[in-house]
Design a protein around this ligand. Structure first.
Ligand code: UDP
Length: 409
């Protein structure tokens, strides 16, 4: 049996204050049609990274709406996850080589997980490439199958794309974050574009009193009275942590006492994390104003929330980004962001609405410095970003999109 992630259920009423009346009606109407339907979501990890964050938010809502929703994680060993991370990197455009052994190991684990999937469902949603081939080994098994790709696959490594496309064409529907991410040449009768969203009720996003935020920063060794620049991301080359350190060093020359927080969580399916973390720590060990912290030392949802509120500027220097939940999370706190123009980031913010989009380390430093020197304007820009998130990127909109899709299927 695959491991089930138990997340309980929540009454959709709690989300109604964040939902337009016509959307509430639409959600309830679709939910009535889908009442009792058995819906399974499968991904690679119960914690760490955006996909687990999304599932943690939507599964309890589906259940509260009367849909029998389950979340299960696949089984895999470090070798399997090293292979799937290399697929992930290749699909984002890295020059990885697909060896025969890697392909065989990937398929062997997918077959094993298909065998472990023993319950029956009406809908199965498979997230990202790690469990993609389960559909192939399991057959339809009476369900409609949806593949949800969270990766920027707009300029993929052809060899790896050719390998995985054999498996996703078997699905009843495919979902991407942006039209631009649909791999070149892909034709499928049911292609959907659904951007992710953040959960306004999660401890990561709820309102927090200022003194509590300050205490959390102090507890993690950060001085709340000195200026603070933060990036929150897995330790991953695509998130460019060393670029962030360069930005910090440039800006600090003009802003004495500036601190940098690099907060990252370790995900079960990302074996690169510790290696990059160690390099980041080695690079910054002589600077007591750089704070590198992880979920293993207590950086959890509330602490991320506090850092997003108390930072003077949030950086997101991603080279590639699927969506980047972290952008909407930061904007929801009204904090201005300077982010690389990558993947789903420009969907969430634009120059002057939420912060600034940049294309280089120098530009990033320049815009961060501008926000640090102009706190009133930074506040206004941040608040405009918050309004955009309220309109487009909160969980109820995501639930509405998915219920519409499932009803159509
Ligand atoms: N995150 C976290 N703790 C950390 C670093 C990240 O909880 O130390 C969360 C972050 O708040 C966000 C998710 O992990 O909800 C990252 O999602 P995103 O879409 O930004 O990037 P991904 O990791 O999926 O590439």
């Amino acid at each position: 049996m695959l491991d089930r992630v138990d997340v309980g259920e929540v009454d959709f009423k709690s989300y109604e204050p964040y939902t337009a009346p016509e959307m509430i009606r639409e959600i309830r109407a679709h939910a009535a049609q889908l009442k009792g339907a058995r819906l399974l979501h499968v991904n690679a990890t119960p914690y760490g990274g955006g996909v687990s964050e999304l599932l943690r938010a939507v599964i309890p809502i589906y259940r509260g709406l009367g849909i029998k929703a389950d979340w299960k994680c696949i089984y895999g060993d470090p070798q399997f996850f090293a292979i799937t991370k290399s697929f992930h990197n290749a699909l984002q455009g890295a020059p990885e080589e697909l060896t025969r052994l890697a392909g065989e190991t990937y398929l062997m684990y997918n077959k094993l997980n298909a065998d472990l999937l023993d319950e029956e469902y009406d809908f199965v949603v498979i997230h990202d490439p790690q469990p993609l081939a389960i559909r192939h080994f399991k057959g339809a098994n009476g369900a409609k199958w949806v593949w949800r790709c969270h990766i920027d696959t707009s300029s993929p490594n052809e060899e790896v794309l050719a390998f995985i496309s054999r498996y996703f064409v078997e699905y009843d529907a495919l979902v991407f974050t942006m039209q631009r991410f649909v791999p070149p040449g892909l034709e499928h009768k049911k292609l959907y574009i659904i951007p992710p969203a953040i959960d306004p009720l999660s401890p990561k996003n709820v309102d927090l009193p200022d003194d509590l935020c300050r205490e959390m920063l102090v507890w993690l060794g950060v001085n709340p009275d000195q200026p603070l620049m933060t990036q929150v991301s897995r330790f991953d080359p695509w998130k460019d942590p060393f670029g962030v350190i360069d930005v910090y060093r440039m800006v600090r020359e003009k802003v004495p006492g500036l601190q940098l927080a690099l907060l990252g969580s370790m995900a079960l399916d990302d074996p690169e994390g510790w290696g990059i973390y160690n390099q980041v720590v080695a690079e910054t060990k002589d600077d007591s104003d750089v704070h590198v912290r992880t979920n293993l030392v207590g950086v959890s949802n509330m602490e991320i929330n506090a850092f997003q509120r108390k930072s003077n500027v949030i950086i997101q220097k991603s080279i590639r980004e699927g969506f980047g939940l972290i952008i909407s999370e930061s904007l929801w706190k009204g904090t201005a962001v300077v982010a690389n123009r990558a993947g789903g980031i420009p969907l969430q913010m634009e120059d002057g609405i939420g912060g600034f989009l940049v294309d280089s380390t120098e530009q990033c430093a320049d815009r961060a410095l501008y926000l640090l020197n102009n706190p009133e304007e930074a506040k206004e820009i941040g608040l405009r970003g918050k309004e955009r998130v309220r309109e487009r990127f909160l969980t109820p909109r995501l639930v509405a999109d998915w219920l519409r899709l499932l009803t159509e299927l």
